[in-house]
Design a protein around this ligand. Structure first.
Ligand SMILES: O=C(O)COP(=O)(O)O
Ligand SMILES: [Mg+2]
Length: 228
């Protein structure tokens, strides 16, 4: 029998399709500065490195450069709006609950490691009725470091009561593959998330196009891990 596993999930673009509410909040903040809105279709790929980076990337697309003070003001507008609209349109990706049920039934411990702020992550997962499924929900401010710094993944696993040697990461973008590599953890990439570089090019150990394929991918990686 394979050892108990911890499966650690990225949040935006992996568990939940958050782009509509994130980009609405970005456009709200940009509008207050007189910057035109960004279309959801292209702007969704700016998500993945946290709120400040999302704002900076949004400004860059519009050819605008702002100082720290101005970006701080945008951050405040963004977070105020986002906190109030966090689950207006955000929904779990299709098949998520069934996949999590199956992993839990197989004895997997589940955790979240995101570059979102922790309180926003918890608020979102609370509103979607998903929080109770996770042994730990950790964000960019939880340990003071963001993905791809391996410390955030190591500490998330510790907080969940798991072991790094039997952990698998699931994510949609460069910071997820990077954090897994740097922590020595296998990684499953999802093809439905947000990334400017196609996830296949980042060479995750497994690639899935639908949540229904997650339990089998976890199982196959666990077999590889238990042979080594
Ligand atoms: O909000 C972001 O930019 C990143 O969040 P994620 O790490 O859950 O993808
Ligand atoms: Mg993501």
């Amino acid at each position: 029998m394979s050892p108990p596993r911890t499966v650690v999930f990225d949040l935006d673009g992996t568990l939940v399709d958050t782009a509509p509410d994130l980009i609405a909040a970005l456009n709200f903040a940009l509008d207050r500065e007189g910057v035109p809105p960004l279309p959801l279709k292209s702007a969704r790929n700016l998500i993945g490195a946290g709120a400040r980076k999302l704002i900076e990337r949004g400004l860059e697309v519009e050819g605008r450069v702002m100082g720290v003070e101005d970006v701080n003001r945008l951050m405040k507008d963004f977070i105020d709006y986002y906190a109030a609209h966090i689950a207006d349109a955000s929904r779990p990706f299709e098949g998520l609950e069934a996949a999590l049920d199956e992993l839990a039934a197989q004895g997997c411990r589940l955790a979240v490691c995101t570059n979102k702020l922790e309180w926003l992550s918890k608020r979102l997962l609370d509103q979607l009725g998903l929080s109770g499924r996770f042994s730990a929900i950790c964000g960019a401010d939880t340990f003071g470091v963001s993905k791809p710094d391996p410390i955030i993944l190591q500490q998330t696993v510790a907080r969940a009561g798991g072991h790094i040697a039997t952990t698998i990461m699931v994510g949609d973008a460069g910071p997820d593959v990077g954090v897994a590599r740097r922590a020595g953890v296998p990684v499953i990439g999802v093809e439905f998330g947000y990334t400017d570089v196609p996830i296949a090019e980042l060479k995750p150990d497994r690639l899935i196009g639908h949540m229904r394929d997650l339990p089998a991918a976890v199982e196959s990686l666990s077999k590889v891990a238990s042979r080594t």
